[in-house]
Design a protein around this ligand. Sequence first.
Ligand SMILES: Nc1ncnc2c1ncn2[C@@H]1O[C@H](COP(=O)(O)OP(=O)(O)OP(=O)(O)O)[C@@H](O)[C@H]1O
Length: 312
Amino acid sequence: MIEAKKVNFEYLESFSLKNINLKVQKGKILGIIGQSGSGKTTLLKLLAGLKEPSSGQININGTPLEPPSKKLIAGHRQIKMVTQQNTLFPNITIAENIAYEVRFFEKKYQNQRVSKLAKDLNISHLLGKFPRELSGGEIQRVMLAKAIADEPLLLLLDEPFANLDSIIKKKVMLNLQSVLRKEQIACIFVTHDIHDAFGMVDELFIIKNGRMVQKGTSEDIYNFPKNKYVALLTGDGFMLKTTEKEVFVRAENIDINPTGELEAEVINNIFKGAFYEIILEYNSNTIYALSKNIFPIGQKIRFDIHSVIHFD
Ligand SMILES: Nc1ncnc2c1ncn2[C@@H]1O[C@H](COP(=O)(O)OP(=O)(O)OP(=O)(O)O)[C@@H](O)[C@H]1O
């Protein structure tokens, strides 16, 4: 559906995207994760046809994406991008804003489409209001509805859930995922929050300094991160120095139990909701374990390490 081959891009000398290769099929979701400034938004703009690669190719449905230099208005009619910016028309209602995207269809279909999307994105109660009467999170949901209203080939999302509280976020993410699958829309979505990505994507693309570091399913990347950058971006864990080399350990692989082979001292207990993070000192390493219970600070406890991750 969308494919980038050997794409390069430079902002003068300050930053470059190098040799980007990616492919997203119809109805699939790719998550792009990387540190601030790693090039996520720039990559989305290239894929949206808003910026032009210096070399390489971007194809949409097998056809080369027209670069902005060849178009009167940059962008592609069937590629929709949702960012944090409010681009709603201020003087018409929310229903009219969404219906505008399907204005060339008959009225009956327009109304059906608006109601269906409003239900999926939890904005039915807002349809009669004007954009100025909405909260930031409500506006984001309307922008999502507007972006998918005319069934684009590709939906590009730049931190689309940033303004949503966790209750609404879960619902909107699941509903959006199901709409994208049902309507076979390919989606690329940039986020800082790996937990948003895990629940939403079919594949992850990890970017650092404009280069792809690792690509794969969430499970693969979480369990087999290629390096420390990927490991830390995708979840909690720590480096552990052993006599031979340094390894990476996910906190959930530390098992505190009375017959454990190793011994550590409890430094602190941090409440995380469903569990406590237990900070431990082990052989001059600060390590973490997850536990349902807290332990007295200064107490020696025994533990095992179930598995470790080796980097090349
Ligand atoms: N118009 C521009 N001209 C020159 N450099 C730019 C321009 N826009 C962005 N950059 C630089 O390119 C790099 C990548 O920026 P980009 O916005 O793609 O990163 P990002 O990964 O989306 O970051 P964040 O997560 O903070 O939004 C940054 O170092 C940024 O300063």
